[in-house]
Design a protein around this ligand. Sequence first.
Ligand code: MOS
Length: 737
Amino acid sequence: MALVLQEVRTNSYPRIDGIDRATGRARYGADWKVPDMLYARIIQSSIPHGIVRSIDKSKATNGIIGIITCLEDETVWTAGEREHPRRVFTDHVRFVGDCIGAVAATSRKAAQQGAESVEVVYDELPSVFDLDQALKPDSPKIWDSGNVIGPLSYGFGNSAESFSKADLVIERDYVTSRVHNAPLEPGVSLAWWDDNVEKLTVVAATQGISSCREGLAADLGLKLENVRVICLYKGGGFGNKNNSMNYDIIAALLARKARRPVIVEYSREQDFTGVHGRWSSKQHLRAAVRGTKVLGVDLKGYCDIGAYTRAIKQSKFLNGAEDYYSCDSWSAEVNGVYTNTPTTAHMRAPTGPQACFASETFMDEIANELGVDPVEFRLKNAIAKFHGTEEFLSNSLKECLEIGAEKFGWRKRWANPGSSRRSNHSEKLIGVGTAMATWHSFVGKGEALIKLKQNGTLEVYVGVVDIGTGAKTTMAAIAADALGVPLESVRLISGDTETCPFSIGESGSRTTSYTGTAVRAAALKIREKIISLASDYFNLGQAEFDVRDGLVCQRHDEKIPVPLYRFLENVGVDELVESQVTEPSLPVGKHRYSFAAHFAEVEVDSETGVIKVTGYLACHESGQIVNRLTAESQVQGAVVMGMGMALSEKVLIDPNYGAMQNPSFLNYRLPNHIMIPKIEVEFVESTDPFGPKSLGEIPIVPVPAAIGNAVFNATGTRLRELPFMPERMLLLMDSSQ
Ligand code: MOS
């Protein structure tokens, strides 16, 4: 029997590190100071494509302690590109900003000047910045093997059969733009070696200390036990600080060369250009419809993945939407296309919002074509069995649609497109839209070490970092709940591979399920020990005892409860220690997913084309919710991020040089408070046999589609390209009048 989180209770706990984060006491990577530390800056390519012929370092002298370039170092950054070997310092540059070398100096200023004074001579190669151009047979080749990963085919069922039965065939094209993870904390890494240069310590801004450690050990040829990775606080990541980063390796290489600690600090601009964003897509969808049932969908997709992709091929660049509908067939053929532009890879639900924007806008178009209410249409077509035949462990997609629609007041608010209500201001058009999504929810390996001290403190050791998700609080809450102590008596020790056991890392919406399962199991073992000690001490059966609110209670005797610390003192126990490794696996043929339905209300200004989201409700089923407060903020944060993707965010690429044109928070338009309405969150709770399901990623998935569908409902104008910029909105509204 697998140890699972099934019994966990829902509660609302404020973040245990909230005050430290808000007051500046929290120690992020860039806050570290160690004696003799040097500052490093990277040398970046100024051209989009070429071979480095020579490097003149002679002008980099003032305060410079060490320089490493591609001409002397061939270390490979395995996590930097999945299809080809990518070097940390490359002599074949593939985009403006590619890393050629790095400089360590006694001050930031000296490092900056040093990096700028290094002169690089290139043999320039022809370059390509546009997806369609890169697909042409005579296009410049970014890799010897060509520019295309694919076609990657996936799906199920028999497409030809679906289309032969159809009474309506409909096809459309959709475009999603490149966006950026843009976490608040830019890339930073501090490294030092012990005196014998055998053991490496890296203070990394990482989403996962274990995966960062594994990557560093592999790429630097070190034993795992000789690499220590520390990350006490992390300011966001959203998928772009997974595994080991190149700046982690750069800090280690420079520190080894200089024999002093080295910190690499990325500027905001470098964090935009040197760390990846989300790939763009062009998608063609074709559906076979019979009555109000979608029988099958064919999808052809092309994604601009930049010069390197850190994405894993299993994602197929656009998967996800094939798991929303109860179709008989889904037939997808997707290509990832390299261009001489910055790297792309995972961002919160890596393929999700791209795939959902196309498919859920498409479904809205089909519903409109058929004259069916969009919620009704989705209820008819929502997935019931996985790929038509196999079971879900739990499936609440329809409940999400029904409960969400009810709470949002869909039936009152929705009117036929074109008949949209006008608000008091006559130029404002109002409409509502919906979109749904599903997202995989894995189970896997977790580890936890728990010590109950005699003074009643519960020390919980976990390898999590908490990139902003609230994971530290969730882990502490699971331990407190399982043992029966108040949250305040938990001391969470995390973010250091030397003291903490393995954790999966905060990616793939996995921490609560993977590591939380182990935390609960270890805490339950401590609880059993206490009850056994109590049974011996009082000479009564174990069933007589319970641990509640930090007290050892006897069910039938008022003389006890005894506080835990007193009890441990009485029985003469200094500390109780338990560790646990859990590794559940899904039963064969069973599928585990999370579900969501979102509802948006928009107000479109017909004079300016500006779209304002005026209402939003996100209804989710992610199994048991451990901490309602942080779960709600995960959903709200992701919805805000999705609003950015829908309304304002776009990585602008220089058409002549391929460089990112807007690598700053001034010009890369993240959503701000003025754009954001109240975001209501509803949870449909279900009892999944493995407990809490994925939640960190799914709430961004339906957002752009829900907003676009609301805009159609308001204006009768269909938006098929992200983001929805006002000038384009105006143009489309004018042409449809
Ligand atoms: Mo994530 S995009 O799985 O870090």
